[in-house]
Write a protein that binds this ligand. Structure first.
Ligand SMILES: [Zn+2]
Length: 273
């Protein structure tokens, strides 16, 4: 890679076979209101066969799911984010349960978890919302997708204590090192890698990547956040996963096309697509 990482390479110039999956994106957000159709077209042209759109709770799901009526390649996740713990009321839990029962496109409960990064997210409410939604996932028989920021030990402890070892679970937006990866893997869970794996400073994530078994690895954008190089700082979108995949393949000494297909197959198996 040249030193001028600011050169904004067109992702379509690095398109991969139509077999990839962006496991986690927020394309229902207003950041995409101007050009959602073009974003989905570019994703397809870059090699993304399926995209998991994450609705942050039942209100967003009800209001915005229609945005994807003409896009069967978009599957759905739904969960109350830890920083919205106060909205995890019995009414909303019941609405989520009904939605999961009625809609097969809803493939996972998430993102749920713990986030101690923001001081104004009361922790007790976070723990409660996490436990209640873990119970929901069991009740509706769907996999779990975990959001965890600055709360690795606490999150792992809740999941282990609640008996989720061996349950289909994906650690979204993995940003830690090999030690955390090992504990996630020991529990039988999957790991999804976002764009920051392309940032120079994230050597520990690349070290962790080297020890993740090929059949436990997924990739994602978390769009509109966390754009990979060379688009860092801009709005992220699914087509940019071609950069993420290349960085991942390099860290693992693999061919990008093989890694792309493998991560796509893993996502299809994990979400039952
Ligand atoms: Zn997210």
């Amino acid at each position: 890679m040249s030193k001028k990482t600011a050169a904004r390479v067109d992702p379509l110039s690095l398109a991969l076979p139509l077999a990839g999956v962006d496991s986690h994106a927020h394309l229902d957000g207003q950041e995409f209101d101007e050009d959602r159709e073009a974003v989905l077209e570019r994703a397809h042209a870059a090699g993304i066969a399926q995209v998991g759109n994450v609705f942050l709770g039942p209100d967003d799901y009800a209001a915005r799911r229609g945005l994807f009526d003409a896009h069967p390649e978009v599957f759905f996740l739904m969960g109350i984010h830890p920083c919205d713990g106060q909205t995890c009321t019995p009414d909303r839990l019941a609405a989520m349960r009904a939605a999961f029962a009625a809609e097969p496109r809803l493939r996972a409960v998430g993102e749920i978890g713990l986030d101690f990064h923001w001081p104004d997210c009361p922790r007790e409410l976070q723990f409660q919302a996490l436990r209640e939604q873990l119970a929901l996932a069991r009740a509706v028989e769907r996999p779990v997708v975990i959001h965890c920021r600055d709360a690795e030990q606490e999150t792992l402890m809740v999941l282990e204590v609640e008996g989720f070892a061996g349950y289909p679970l994906l650690w979204h937006c993995f940003g830690q090192g090999p030690e955390t990866a090992r504990r996630i893997l020991r529990n039988g869970w999957h790991i999804s890698i976002p764009g920051p794996v392309t940032y120079k400073a994230n050597e520990s994530v690349r070290e962790a990547l080297a020890i993740i078994p090929a059949d436990r690895l997924l990739l994602e954008t978390d769009a509109p956040y966390l754009a990979p190089q060379p688009w860092r700082g801009k709005r992220n979108e699914p087509a940019f996963t071609v950069f993420t995949a290349r960085a991942m393949a390099e860290a693992r000494g693999e061919n990008p096309e093989d890694l792309w297909r493998q991560c796509g197959d893993n996502a299809r198996r994990f979400f039952g697509l």
